[in-house]
Design a protein around this ligand. Sequence first.
Ligand SMILES: *Cc1c(COP(=O)(O)O)cnc(C)c1O
Length: 346
Amino acid sequence: MRKINIDKLIRDNIRELVPYSSARSEYTGKDAVFLDANENPFNFPYNRYPDPLQMTLKERVSDLKNVPVENIFLGNGSDEAIDLLIRAFCEPSLDNIVSISPTYGMYKVCADINNVSIISVALNDLFQIDGNELLRKCTPRTKLIYLCSPNNPTAQLLQKEDVVALLEKFEGLVVVDEAYIDFAKEHTLVPLLAEYNNLVILQTLSKAWGMAGIRLGMAFADVQVITCLNKIKYPYNVNTLTIEAGLKTLNNEKQKDDWVNKILDEKKKLIEVLKEFSFVNKVFHSDANFILVKTDSPRKIYDFLVNKRIIIRDRSKVALCEGCLRITVGTPHENQILINALKEYL
Ligand SMILES: *Cc1c(COP(=O)(O)O)cnc(C)c1O
């Protein structure tokens, strides 16, 4: 078990912060006459503030993910955790984060908003990380390394050995965003949480679970990290409607698995068709629910499809993604509409 000093990593003002103490966190019993929070006594259950720590929902997540409740943070999408981690650990204008390029845009946006600089290290041409290069780019003020696996927009898993090497050597936190892990389930790094207190894993209900609209994200990490995030979050960051819908969703894992299987099946078919088009130079391997495709004329294809009211993502201006379009796998019907349009483009 590798243990870094997390306490030392936290910003001084956050370590010393006395968090807001809500009515609902001072008395946690259920069966009582609640006259403590100035709520309207009518219109149960929505008249009541939600549980600030979402314990019922966390117990369900704990069962599903095999992670103890005290190692779970729930937020308003995983975007909330991405932001809170930066705010908890990075002193504006002094500390920095290291990330990969290309990757999900929110790491940079959150760093920018917090006036924390971000050092980007290019993936190699196999879309994998060079661990030594990442470590060389770290400075004494690097607090977090943000990784994404499967990575967006490259669609591929990072190699476990490379992430482990960083966990072994880096003195800060290694955040692995697993937003797409349900599409490559057996590759989750969650089991490594027991061995490394500097590992943070982000997951979400926004992709495989089909619940982007309710905004529910998860972070799994050492108790000290979770405690720190709970200290600085808005007291009621996950609302009652989201808690209700989240519970209902997580109680039907089979539905999610069925969707995942269907999407993976469709992905396979779509890849075979895409490969045959003369304007497609390469279809990259995908461990997620989207496909990165290298073409001769990405903008022309993108515009042609938009004209037919089919919206994909032009990633051709992104590092290492020259000529690339990113296509999300849709329903069989939607994929057929896309294929018909591309035949017409030909
Ligand atoms: C879609 C996506 C998310 C999801 O964020 P939420 O705030 O949970 O909706 C997170 N990370 C990556 C890399 C994504 O592509």
